[in-house]
Design a protein around this ligand. Structure first.
Ligand SMILES: Nc1ncnc2c1ncn2[C@@H]1O[C@H](COP(=O)(O)OP(=O)(O)OP(=O)(O)O)[C@@H](O)[C@H]1O
Length: 397
């Protein structure tokens, strides 16, 4: 275990500016079509001519373990808004790809910043190749709003909306009113919060199951801020129960009505579409739940910054993750001021605040057991593959 306050090595403080701007983009060209990846040409990346300025202490050990093995692994990075989730996720993805893992980095945050982080247009909901790393690296920004629309269209008819239409579509219109107490109308008309991200994640799982995406051995998720994550975790159970109820009820009523109809010679075919879509959604949510809890393939990494507020929130997030049996082992504390021989008043104050916040982690019941990864505050914006590689080499060790 790593102790922040006592084990930080003396570091040479130099400016980060221009550290990575001097080397060109190596061209590791992978063309992507909807069905195939074609390796056209690969050149090794030029070695970085920079000094790792504020390299954190030996405590950041652990990347060896993250990179070992060829079986597929999922890393979900989450935390409070603005703490550096995207920068850490993107730098981890670059590091995996540079270590030989064909990697996919996915953003499910409705406010995407993966495009900004890679300095590349990744919008459009399709896999985009990122140029630079040794092994293929693809990025994907999913639009959770679109995913939510899909859910709406599965539960609404073209003429109108709501539970009545939905039940009509399933041949159960007469029973719609009796369903009030189950609150199913609410579920179908107003998708619960977190559903958008859960659908987005389930879509990724779905397409990764197909043969052509077998190549990806590391999947990094840049997730939405904490509130979303917590809702997402409790969502599959909620949906599983609610949809399960609808489907069971449908089955019961359908067999009763078909018996009556056959007696009166009006056997009709109920529209199966909505029910099938809901059943599929339920199965997908179960897969998301299983993925989040699979200790052999998944790890949730909490990203935070050294402030009392951020650490308090991270502690709550950690407690919720543990309660839901989500594997969480690492805590990244990002934007730590690098040591300096001569602090100005502002920096001295800031440093004191940070050190107080860092002490909090060591005394926190939830966070103190996690492996701590320190990421320094750098004095340039982390944008583009060289910058991400630079950050990744400092953070992921
Ligand atoms: N270690 C760092 N040193 C300097 N700047 C950093 C560092 N980490 C992140 N930043 C900067 O902080 C800003 C926010 O980072 P980022 O987008 O990664 O955060 P986020 O948690 O993903 O935000 P959001 O929740 O809004 O998606 C960016 O401008 C990024 O370049």
């Amino acid at each position: 275990m790593f102790s922040i306050s006592s084990s930080t090595k003396p570091m040479e403080v130099v400016s980060y500016a221009h550290s990575f701007s001097s080397f060109g983009h190596p061209r590791s060209l992978f063309k992507f079509s909807s069905t195939t990846f074609i390796s056209l040409k690969k050149q090794p990346m030029k070695s970085l001519q920079v000094r790792a300025v504020a390299a954190p202490a030996e405590a950041t050990a652990g990347f060896d373990e993250m990179v070992s093995g060829t079986q597929r692994k999922y890393y979900m990075l989450g935390g409070k808004g603005g703490v550096g989730k995207t920068s850490c996720a993107a730098s981890l993805a670059v590091k995996f790809a540079n270590s030989g893992h064909p990697t996919l980095v996915v953003s499910t945050d409705p406010a995407h910043s993966l495009s900004d982080s890679f300095a590349q247009d990744l919008t459009g909901g399709t896999l985009v190749p990122v140029e630079g790393p040794y092994s293929p690296l693809f990025a994907l920004e999913l639009n959770p709003e679109k995913a939510k629309e899909e859910f709406r269209s599965a539960t609404q008819t073209s003429e109108g909306s709501g539970i009545k239409d939905f039940m009509d579509g399933m041949g159960l219109g007469v029973f719609a009113e009796q369903l009030g107490e189950l609150k199913l109308g609410e579920l179908l008309d107003t998708p619960p919060p977190g559903l958008d991200e859960a659908i987005a994640i389930s879509k990724v799982i779905q397409f990764l199951e197909s043969q052509e995406y077998n190549m990806f051995t590391r999947i990094v998720f840049d997730t939405a801020p904490t509130g979303h994550t917590l809702r997402l975790l409790s969502l599959p159970d909620f949906l599983d129960k609610s949809i399960g109820k609808i489907l069971k009820l449908r089955q019961k009523i359908a067999s009763a009505t078909s018996a009556i109809k056959s007696v009166f010679g009006q056997e009709g075919t109920p529209k199966p579409d909505a029910a099938e879509k809901l059943e599929r959604l339920r199965e997908r949510m179960i897969k998301v739940r299983e993925l989040f809890r699979d200790t052999t393939s998944t790890e949730f990494v909490i990203v935070t910054i050294p402030t009392v507020m951020a650490i308090s929130e991270s502690s709550r997030l950690c407690a919720s993750l543990k309660k839901e049996d989500v594997p969480v082992r690492r805590l990244i504390v990002n934007q730590i001021l690098p040591p300096s021989a001569s602090d100005c008043k502002f920096c001295a104050m800031k440093r004191k605040d940070q050190s107080r916040a860092l002490d909090m982690i060591q005394n926190d019941q939830e966070l103190s057991s996690l492996m701590l990864v320190q990421a320094p505050l750098v004095d340039v914006e982390i944008r583009g593959v060289p910058a991400l590689q630079f950050l990744g080499d400092i953070v992921w060790k």
